[in-house]
Design a protein around this ligand. Structure first.
Ligand code: NAD
Ligand code: UD1
Length: 338
């Protein structure tokens, strides 16, 4: 069964391709390599023994996207990861973010209609909840206005899926709202490749331990949380990848209950920044040079997922411990140094 994975050389995409291939699916990756490298294919091949088909393609180019779908017959489903994802950058380049993230989704949806592919899994984000009034957040928790153009592209993409699913009843769509994906494959053959100075906590932390950065800034210890630092739900990237495999299976086997379904994908628990730093130190035996600084603009205080729906409907739950995830992230960082 052939699955198209857009953004498949990226962080979450590459881990998902591994899990799909290990589950017996044939994968075709589409990526323009704007935020990833072709070496991901080597890593995927080392882990699975299979080098997935690859097409270098910018999905905002509608004609070339249609040509791609025309040339690959027998596509069963699509997982659409391709997007620009840097929150801070999106504030300075909003048009690039709207243009890339919305047009690529719309072109994929148009191609699905033209070439009769009905199933799609979409990468959404817990960013759509903003600072929720009650925790943990369920899929019914009201969305809040996005804090950044990037976050807004995710909210708009969800709206596009909702409108299109009403207009095209044959479609089977699943949007997965990821919480904070971290870690790397335990083999260290694939992992996260941040561009320039990382914004996200884990790549900044591992680069600090590796000596590339001098110190990790912990943004704020005056939040209303037990140790004062902000709380997130950190989900292991391999667990997250596996959620895509069960989502794809649900669509292919027609087990979906509506033609657009939304699931939270997190661990169901919150961890503070300081707890995470301490867990990293315990898990790896490495010291993290860190200092408390002021809050980062746009950050929320706390969020974690209620994953009951994904547990019940997808039969999925997070399994990898935070310690193991952090060890894998460190192993990947060490490999990057070599
Ligand atoms: P990533 O940047 O590693 O992967 C995205 C891939 O999409 C990259 O390989 C990039 O080259 C490709 N791409 C971007 N625009 C494209 C286009 N127009 N045509 C073809 N390819 C294009 O990011 P990731 O962390 O793997 O994220 C994957 C998806 O998950 C994204 O949609 C992201 O917004 C979403 N998401 C990520 C996080 C996170 O923390 N990493 C959290 C929530 C949601
Ligand atoms: C951010 C985005 C989210 C996106 C995710 C992955 C916002 C509001 N949210 O989530 O939409 O899906 O990135 O790209 O921007 N921290 C430090 N020091 C650091 C870096 C981070 O203390 O150097 C803290 C942050 O304040 C936060 C936590 O670590 O409390 C996690 O931060 P980060 O990894 O950047 O993810 P989010 O901000 O949760």
């Amino acid at each position: 069964m052939k699955i198209v994975v857009t953004g498949g050389t990226g962080f979450i995409g590459s881990h998902t391709v591994v899990e799909l291939q290990e589950a017996g699916y044939e994968v075709v990756i589409v990526d323009n390599l704007v935020n990833s490298t072709i070496e991901s294919l080597d890593g995927i091949e080392k882990i699975t023994g299979i080098r997935p088909a690859f097409e270098k393609l910018d999905l905002t180019d509608k004609e070339r996207t249609f040509d791609f779908f025309k040339s690959y017959q027998g596509i069963e489903a699509i997982i659409h990861f391709a997007a620009l994802k840097a929150v801070g950058e999106s504030v300075f380049k909003p048009l690039e973010y709207y243009s890339n993230n919305l047009n690529s989704l719309m072109n994929v949806l148009a191609a699905m209609k033209e070439f009769k592919v009905d199933s799609l899994v979409f990468s959404s984000s817990c960013t759509v909840y903003g600072q929720a009034d009650t925790l943990p957040v369920t899929e019914k928790t009201p969305r809040k206005k996005a804090e950044s153009p990037y976050g807004n592209t995710k909210a708009i993409c969800e709206d596009i899926l909702a409108d299109y699913s009403r207009a095209e009843q044959q479609l089977k769509l699943i949007a997965l709202r990821y919480f904070n994906p971290i870690g790397a494959h335990p083999t260290a053959h694939i992992g996260e490749l941040p561009n320039g100075v990382p914004n996200n906590l884990i790549p900044y932390l591992t680069q600090t331990v590796a000596g590339i950065r001098s110190q990790l800034s912990v943004y704020g210890n005056d939040y209303n949380t037990p140790d004062g630092t902000a709380i997130r739900d950190y989900i292991d990237v391999v667990d997250l990848a596996k959620a895509h495999v069960v989502a794809i299976r649900r669509l292919i086997e027609n087990k979906n209950k509506q033609n657009l379904e939304i699931f939270n994908i997190g661990t169901g628990g919150g961890v503070s920044v300081l707890q995470l730093v301490n867990t990293f130190e315990k898990a790896t035996g490495k010291k993290v040079n860190h200092q408390i600084v002021g809050r980062r603009a746009g950050d929320i205080e706390k969020v974690w997922a209620d994953t009951t729906l994904a547990n019940k409907e997808l039969g999925w739950k997070a399994e990898v411990s935070l310690e193991e995830t952090l060890r894998n992230a460190w192993r990947w960082q060490e490999k990057l140094q070599k």
